[in-house]
Design a protein. Structure first.
Length: 339
């Protein structure tokens, strides 16, 4: 059996990490995903042990996720559990082994547009799954819980930049509604059971390993293949694109400083028009773009724009990756993947 293969196991049969060899053990859900795999690498690099939980949902090719964790599986500091966040027995059995001091809950059904097609499925995974995770945290006295929320909770907020104190009572997609609900449930558990709760509202994260259904990854592959890219609307839509390394800086700082209940925006705080993004991507790829104009899509917000003052002041968060630099890094990764 290959070294990496022995680390993939069920909750019932596996070699458990020797937690005494590490400074702290952290449970990361959605560990094989884009953000999750980067976070696990960073945490291990800091001397932590990581238990990763992922069900390899076929929303996109599970083989992509397995490549994401291929190197992680070579580390004695990483244990990968294939299981579902809705499976209370699985989740509680992880924590029953002892040693886990924090949970970073990234796992979710992702995407605004797909949630419109399957609202029931999104509610089941994103809300019920979060309750299962919180209940396990309560039962096993976990004192740090980090919840991955989303900038989508702001909906079409007319006030910019978006601040954590802004009302978020009008989500315009089922996905956004599940993230808002998750924040509320986290507040309830934090209040009742003295669990440190931090909700992180991510703003359009990009970089190596980005999900293939997201705009930058999807556009880049089409442009590389000489095909047109679908652009919904007139290109004036604005997004606060945030490079993965900057996001991971914020997540790690949130783990370190988790206490009480807090919500933080993690974004670049420099929104970019969609047509400007396409021009930057065109430059990074060195290829001309052919645009296929499509009507605006229901559920898409007009703009996202993060006010990050709270994260800067309390977490020491300092996003520093320019869009052009981040896109160049992404393109290098993409071309290496396609070899």
């Amino acid at each position: 059996m290959l070294r990496g293969e022995r680390r993939i196991s069920t909750i019932w049969q596996r070699d458990w990490i020797k937690t005494g060899d590490f400074t702290v053990t952290i449970l990361v859900t959605g560990a094989a995903g884009f953000i999750g795999s980067h976070l696990c690498e960073r945490l291990i690099g800091r001397g932590a042990a990581v238990v990763g939980l992922d069900n390899f949902d076929p929303f996109y090719d599970p083989a992509v996720k397995r490549r994401n964790v291929k190197q992680l599986l070579e580390s004695d500091a990483f244990d990968l559990i294939e299981g579902d966040i809705r499976d209370g027995d699985c989740v509680q059995s992880i924590l029953a082994r002892g040693g886990v001091e924090a949970i970073v809950h990234l796992a979710a059904r992702a995407g605004v547009r797909p949630s419109i097609e399957d609202p029931v499925g999104y509610m089941d995974v994103n809300i019920n799954g979060t309750v299962v995770m919180l209940e396990a945290a309560r039962k096993y006295n976990i004192k740090k819980f980090i919840f991955a929320s989303s900038s989508s909770v702001y909906g079409n907020n007319k006030k910019v930049p978006f601040a954590e104190t802004d009302p978020v009572d009008y989500p315009i997609s089922p996905y956004a509604a599940t993230k808002k609900t998750g924040e509320l449930i986290c507040h309830t558990y934090g209040h009742l059971y003295d669990i440190g709760m931090t909700c992180l509202r991510f703003f359009t994260v990009y970089g190596p390993r980005q999900r293939p259904d997201l705009a930058i990854h999807k556009f880049a592959k089409l442009i590389e293949a000489g095909r047109s890219i679908p652009v919904f609307g007139d290109g004036s839509m604005r997004r606060d694109f945030t490079y993965i390394d900057d996001i991971i800086d914020g997540v790690v700082a949130a783990i370190d400083r988790c206490g009480g209940y807090a919500i933080y925006n993690l974004g670049e705080s420099r929104p970019v028009r969609l047509d400007a993004l396409i021009a930057c991507l065109e430059a990074a790829l060195g290829k001309q773009v052919v645009i296929d104009r499509q009507p605006e899509q229901p559920g898409d917000v007009i703009q996202t724009y993060a006010d990050v003052d709270k994260a800067v002041n309390r977490l020491g968060y300092q996003p520093k990756t320019e869009l052009a630099d981040g896109l160049e890094k992404f393109v290098r990764w993409l071309r290496n993947e396609q070899r």
